[in-house]
Design a protein around this ligand. Sequence first.
Ligand code: F6P
Length: 322
Amino acid sequence: MKKRKVAILTSGGDAPGMNPCIRACVRFGLYKGLEMFGVNRGYQGLIDDEIFPMNSRSVSDIVQRGGTFLKSARCPEFRSLEYIGKAVDNLKRRGITHLITIGGDGTFRGAKDMADNFDISVIGIPGTIDNDLAYTDFTLGFDTAVNTVLWAINSLRDTMGSHDRCSLLEVMGRHCGDIALYAGICGGAEYILVPEVPYDLDAIAQSLTKARERGKTSNMIVFAEGAGDREKILSYLMEKTGVKITTTTLGHIQRGGSPTMQDRILANKFGERAIELILLGASNRVVGIRNNSIIDENVSEALQMPRKFDKKLYDLAWIMGL
Ligand code: F6P
């Protein structure tokens, strides 16, 4: 019997955990008798025919590395069926019938367009630090990113304490405040500003002033990039409270770093389920984790689910910061 051929790519913003996940897919796939291929630079590399065979050694020494050794790219061309067709032709020419895509919602939309319009089976694995996919409790890279932010909060707290200052820390999250929320509550931030919950700057200023009167000498505000204009927030709060506030923007530091235990475990379990789905002949499915169990879901349904923000955790964080 001819071996089934499977290609893997990573697309969109990279995330720690992508490398161990590629490794898991390749090694579990080989163990199950599949022939494995890598695609460089995501969908762009698929269009440009950057496809190569992978063996067990191809994924040596990457389990501990952030980023993705397959490289990643954003590829607007992949919205057009003409380019998707070109990409599929490149797979078909090698007899590849299955594709595993690791990335976020944009990556999954590309995967869905491929499987809906061409004879190719596609399985998605969630890889994005933002944790912004509704169907799964966690995405690859989120835990590592939160721990990177926590490291920054711990360091900032040391110096804030010495100088009786307030810190405004900007973290990633254009539409999703999960990094700010999880790092904020774990790091003891007094105020957490996220795109999902409206906030009252005047109330924050009053609370900051009262906290100082009560003897709190340093404060931490964690702010998700999509939660407003940082400079406006900064000048408003400084003017209203008279407190010296220093700002730190972590930026792309959050996207790198050695994946944590949590992200490596997820990487292995997600990779295993993706290969199992291929062996079952499934297509158009995405893998995830819900209530601590690995699940898979139809990609269209997964993309349509409304995102739920953990308001209960958010409210708890405010109480903990009082
Ligand atoms: O990976 C998600 C994300 O990190 C967002 O939180 C951030 O705004 C964006 O990607 C920035 O990515 P890039 O600089 O690659 O466009």
